[in-house]
Ligand binder design. Structure first.
Ligand code: PLP
Length: 424
């Protein structure tokens, strides 16, 4: 089925089997009644999959997980309390102290902090490389490299990541590529280009209305973790916390889901951070209209980028539609349904003019979020990326005068009118 249909019908939920409810019910419960002691033992022993306790699984979350897995073309998913939790789980599912991952420098500021500072506390080293040359990932890897990590459409640079090239290189070395596809749902399908795992902050375009924080990890089911052997000890060696289960073996009767199964049964069990059923419901409401909204988001952003590019007071505009050379080729290869709705620009008069522009906006909200149905603006150097030092800001593409816009689904004439009066 096509994305528009999957967004409404995909996954485990049809009508609720007891009530007939068409909308996904909010299962606001901590626990689920077992049929008998044998049933309880089978669920705990993973001989049968079913609901036990909402920290580990919940039917409302399951509806979201299975629908997003279907939309991305993966085999299974795990919903968690935020995009940050999703990224943390992606890495911690494979790494222990002494291990490393290789990551693109082009990252959301929060992910940068997690990778550069917090993971270091746990002995996990992140090696940052410039994605301009895909070979950089291979050069930075060794036998303790557990995965590669990148964002499809990273802001502020908005240069599309070369998913296909890097994933192919990684597969040759037996290293999986994990993609943060937050800014490109529907318009990019990382599994089709060889990614092994996809994560999203559902807080953004999927939720779409700026109401609920959430995250999801989707297993592509397309990576042979068992063949990786010693590279993936968390999946290929006996797990003392689960009676010595080897996850690549334990998952076999259930499908190619070793990675996501271990994430649920170990990380979610031990670290917590589940998505609440209510927030899962909110994400599902957003998801149902996501393909339609993406169309409008992308069409509006295209118009705004072209308008800003010809404005006499604008020094530069960053949007994939305006990319040149290799960056343009990568955008065309990976973004099939539109060029996204993030864009950046700098005013000729610099940082002070950028700040004044934000102060004058009337329709745009001045917020840290992106991917809301409403148009949003922010000055990254003093906000989202302010915890990075100058060198880190430069590496991730943040210059002092850069203004980031997340273009909403209002009428484009009204969006441009607000920008026009604010530029002055
Ligand atoms: N990934 C990207 C690309 C983001 O923009 C964000 C948040 O801005 C995150 C991950 C983290 O998501 P959350 O805010 O839901 O924790």
């Amino acid at each position: 089925m096509k994305p528009e249909t999957i967004a409404l019908h995909g996954g485990s939920h049809r009508a609720d089997p007891t009530t007939g409810s068409v909308a996904v019910p909010i299962h606001q419960t901590t626990s689920f009644q077992f049929q008998d002691t044998g049933h309880a033992a089978r669920l705990f022993g993973l001989q049968e999959l079913g609901n036990i306790y909402t920290r580990i699984m919940n039917p409302t979350c399951d509806a979201l997980e299975t629908r997003l897995a279907a939309l991305e073309g993966g085999v299974a998913a795990l919903a968690v309390g935020s995009g940050q939790a999703a990224t943390t789980f992606c890495v911690m599912n494979l790494c222990a102290a002494g291990d490393n991952i290789v990551s693109s420098t082009d990252l959301y500021g929060g992910t940068w902090n997690l990778f550069a500072n917090t993971l270091k506390q746990f002995g996990i080293k992140v090696r940052f490389v410039d994605p301009v040359d895909p070979e950089n990932f291979a050069k930075a890897s060794d036998e303790r490299t557990r995965c590669w990590y990148a964002e499809t459409l990273p802001n502020p640079k908005l240069q599309v990541f070369p998913i296909a090239e890097v994933a192919t290189l990684g597969r040759r070395l037996g290293i999986p590529l994990i993609m943060d596809n937050t800014a490109a749902p529907v318009i990019c399908k990382p599994f089709q280009h060889g990614a092994a795992v996809v994560m999203h902050s559902t807080t953004k375009w999927i939720g779409g209305h700026g109401t609920s924080i959430g995250g999801i990890v989707i297993d592509g089911g397309n990576f042979d973790w068992a063949a990786g052997g010693a590279r993936f000890p968390t999946l290929n060696t006996p797990d003392p916390s689960y009676h010595g289960a080897v996850w690549t073996e334990a998952a076999k009767p259930l499908g190619p889901i070793a990675y996501i199964l271990r994430m649920r049964t170990c990380l979610l069990r031990d670290l917590g951070a589940p998505l609440s059923p209510f927030n899962a419901f909110m994400a599902i409401q957003g998801l149902e209209t996501l393909p339609l909204r993406m169309e409008r988001h992308c069409a509006n952003a295209l118009r705004v980028a072209a308008w800003l590019a010809q404005h006499p007071k604008v020094a530069s505009v960053t949007h994939p539609s305006l990319a040149q050379g290799e960056a343009a080729r990568r955008a065309a290869e990976h973004l099939k349904g539109g060029m996204g709705s993030l864009l950046g620009f700098e005013l000729k008069e610099g940082a002070e003019a950028g700040r004044a522009f934000i102060e004058r906006l009337k329709l745009f909200y001045h917020v840290a979020n992106i991917g809301d149905a409403r148009s949003l603006a922010i000055h990254p150097a003093t906000t989202t990326h302010s915890q990075l030092n100058e060198e880190e800001q430069r590496m991730s593409g943040v210059t002092p005068g850069y203004v980031r816009l997340s273009i909403g689904i209002e009428h484009v004439d009204d969006i441009i009118a607000d920008l026009e009066q604010a530029i002055g």
